[in-house]
Design a binder for this molecule. Structure first.
Ligand code: SAM
Length: 261
């Protein structure tokens, strides 16, 4: 089958990489796996060996000839755009303990997919995704690095994100233009107790113009409170957002956004 570029179809052909991804998913016997974009089933066939219910979302019905033979009572393929899926409804009759979401993602919608999954508000235990290597670096960046940004902090609010290993372009057919990496998201059970909408707005505002100072990016906030924050934390008021780790951002949130009821 001719791969469809517009659907991000780069199929995995390196059996060792496929096994490494599968081995990174440690499900228990009562767990459930969701796979995004099974393609021709390269990873699906290993996921099936875990003997737990498996639900896959594939947008391209032309892949049916490959995927039909993988369907059985435990494995269901839903031909639908993952961004339009209502996973909550689709899995409501499955009894499971923990939910794992896996996929060699279509790179053109990596972040929308993750945001869609978060917005569904389902309890996810872990997510293991193949993403573009550069994106993996942004998702897992440390403060003071050029990759660190609002998306890093947004994801960190929900998950502990780690890059597991890089994957060479040669592991795919057709060969993509970019390098790839496997990342793992583990749900955090100590999420900060804050108004997350206000917090996400604050981090977006703080990183709006990366070259500008934090003070400049936050000029619509209360300047006195911001200066108090700098003073209390011994910070120079010329610092940029990238200098602050999550704890500092939470401190900044408490200084600028927290409302006393
Ligand atoms: N898992 C296969 C593999 O590793 O060989 C295929 C991975 S390929 C990078 C991405 C897959 O996601 C393709 O099968 C593509 O058709 C599918 N896809 C693209 N956009 C999608 C969407 N919005 N919803 C569900 N699947 C999508």
């Amino acid at each position: 089958m001719k791969a469809k570029k517009n659907l991000g179809q780069n199929f995995l052909i390196d059996e060792k990489v496929i096994m490494d991804i599968s081995n990174a998913i440690n499900v228990g016997e009562d767990d459930l796996i969701i796979e995004i974009g099974p393609g021709m089933g390269a990873l699906t066939k290993y996921l099936k060996m875990k003997n737990v219910p498996l639900v896959c979302y594939e947008i391209d019905p032309d892949l049916r000839p490959y995927l039909n033979k993988l369907e059985d009572t435990n494995t269901k393929i839903i031909y639908q755009d993952i961004l339009l899926s209502n996973i909550v409804d689709d899995i409501k009759d499955i009894h499971y303990n923990n939910l794992y979401i896996v996929g060699n993602l279509p790179y053109y919608i990596t972040t929308p997919i993750i945001k869609h999954l978060i917005a569904l508000n389902i309890k996810i235990k872990e997510m293991i995704f193949m993403v573009q290597d550069e994106v993996a670096d942004r998702f897992t960046a440390l403060p003071k690095s050029s990759e660190y940004g609002s998306i890093t902090l947004y994801l960190k609010y929900y998950f502990q994100v780690t890059k597991l290993f890089k994957v060479s372009k040669k592991s795919f057919e057709p060969v993509p233009k970019v390098e790839s990496a496997i990342i793992k998201f583990v749900a955090r059970d100590n999420k900060p107790n804050i108004n997350k909408e206000l917090y996400f707005k604050l981090i977006n505002d703080a990183f709006r113009m990366k070259r500008k100072t934090l003070k400049n990016n936050l000029k619509d906030y209360d300047l006195t409170l911001l200066e108090d924050f700098f003073h209390r934390n011994n910070l120079n008021d010329t610092i940029r957002a990238e200098a602050l780790d999550e704890n500092m951002f939470l401190e900044l949130y408490n200084s600028l956004c927290k409302r006393v009821p």
